[in-house]
Every structure is written in structure tokens, then in C-alpha cells.
Design a protein around this ligand. Structure first.
Ligand SMILES: Cc1cc2nc3c(=O)[nH]c(=O)nc-3n(C[C@H](O)[C@H](O)[C@H](O)COP(=O)(O)O)c2cc1C
Length: 179
């Protein structure tokens, strides 16, 4: 009997430890998703038209090469591209750009808070806008609908959800809708 009680105690302790571990993991994921990244601005391309690309690096940064490839594609398309991470206190005014591109990874059904805050605090109209989210569940994209809802009416808006390592799909989307 005592042995059984000891085994039960060990099993319950392990379950409790696993539950705490999972809670800490989710909390850290959300906290990283919503943290403001302070990377240096990058400039690419010499074109006459101006594009602003603001994207949130994913927690393990797997979407960074994808964003860099996107910036390079926009430069090839004739844009002078400014790349940075989003936050509400960025100096960029959307009105100064011909093309606005915003990207974010999705964790637990939401995109990064710094991007949401940038869009909420920098309204614009009459712009060509590309939104993309990086996620693994391509069948469902409620977060993309939420993000679209933060873009004011009166813009030409296109949006896509892509896997974080899929560069081709995102580049094809940019070529089709960013010209
Ligand atoms: C805790 C967690 C929650 C996630 N939630 C979603 C989700 O709600 N929808 C989705 O499409 N992908 C989700 N993903 C997949 C991430 O979007 C994907 O792993 C991320 O874009 C890849 O970047 P990373 O590996 O650099 O973190 C989730 C991933 C993790 C780890």
C-alpha cells in the first residue's frame, strides 16, 4: 500500500512539474512575441519608389531570412526599402512611403503587440499595403483577420499567411501585389 502511495505521489509530482513547465513556456512565448525588438534599421535598393517593411522577428528568429529575402525582392522591384522592427514610437510616417509591408509571427492565435501598436498609432490611407503572418497552421488564420482590421479603410490591402521558412510563397505574393 505504501509503495502504491509513493508511486502515486511521484506521478502527481511529475504531472505538476510538467504543468508548471508548460505554463512557463507559454508565458515566455507570449512575452517574447510581444517584446519590442531594437534592431538597427536597414536600407536596401536605390529605386525612386519608397517601401517600408516592418516585421517582428519570430522567437527563434526563423522568419528573419525570409524577411531579408523579401526586402531584397522589393529592392529588385525598384523600391528603396527601409527595414526595421515595429513599435509604436518609430519615427517612420506611413504617408512617406509608396508601399507598406507589415509582418509578424503568430503565437497562440495572435500577432506581435509592437506591430499592432504601430498600426493603431499610425493611421494612413490611399496606400498599397501588404500584410503577412508566419505560422504553422495554414488552415486557420484568425490573427490575419485581426491584423487586417487594424489597417484603415481606403487602402489597397493584400494579406497572406505563410510558413516561417517558406520564402518562395512570400516572394511570389510580393511580386504579384507589390508592383
Ligand atoms: C507556443 C506556440 C504557439 C503557436 N501558435 C501558433 C498559432 O496560433 N498559429 C499558427 O499558425 N502557428 C503557431 N505557432 C507556430 C509559430 O508561428 C511558428 O513556430 C513560428 O512562426 C516559427 O518561428 P520560430 O521557430 O522562430 O519561433 C506556434 C508556435 C509555438 C511555439
Amino acid at each position: 500500500m505504501e509503495l502504491l502511495l509513493n508511486i502515486l505521489f511521484v506521478i502527481l509530482s511529475l504531472l505538476a512539474a510538467a504543468a508548471v513547465g508548460i505554463m512557463i513556456f507559454f508565458k515566455l512565448t507570449i512575452s517574447l512575441r510581444d517584446s519590442r525588438r531594437q534592431w538597427a534599421e536597414k536600407q536596401l535598393g536605390q529605386g525612386n519608389r519608397k517601401a517600408l517593411l516592418l516585421y517582428q522577428p519570430s522567437n527563434a528568429k526563423r522568419n528573419v531570412p525570409q524577411a531579408e529575402a523579401l526586402a531584397a525582392r522589393l529592392a529588385e522591384m525598384g523600391y528603396a526599402v527601409t527595414v526595421n522592427c515595429p513599435s509604436e514610437d518609430l519615427p517612420y510616417s506611413p504617408g512617406d512611403y509608396d508601399l507598406l509591408v507589415f509582418g509578424s509571427p503568430v503565437y497562440l492565435g495572435e500577432v506581435a503587440r509592437p506591430l499592432r501598436r504601430y498600426l493603431e498609432t499610425h493611421p494612413f490611407t490611399g496606400k498599397q499595403v501588404l500584410l503577412y503572418v508566419d505560422g504553422l497552421d495554414l488552415e486557420h488564420a484568425p490573427e490575419l483577420e485581426t491584423l487586417k482590421g487594424l489597417v484603415p479603410a481606403g487602402n489597397e490591402l493584400h494579406a497572406i499567411k505563410v510558413p516561417p521558412r517558406d520564402q518562395e510563397k512570400l516572394l511570389a505574393f510580393a511580386s504579384e501585389h507589390g508592383g
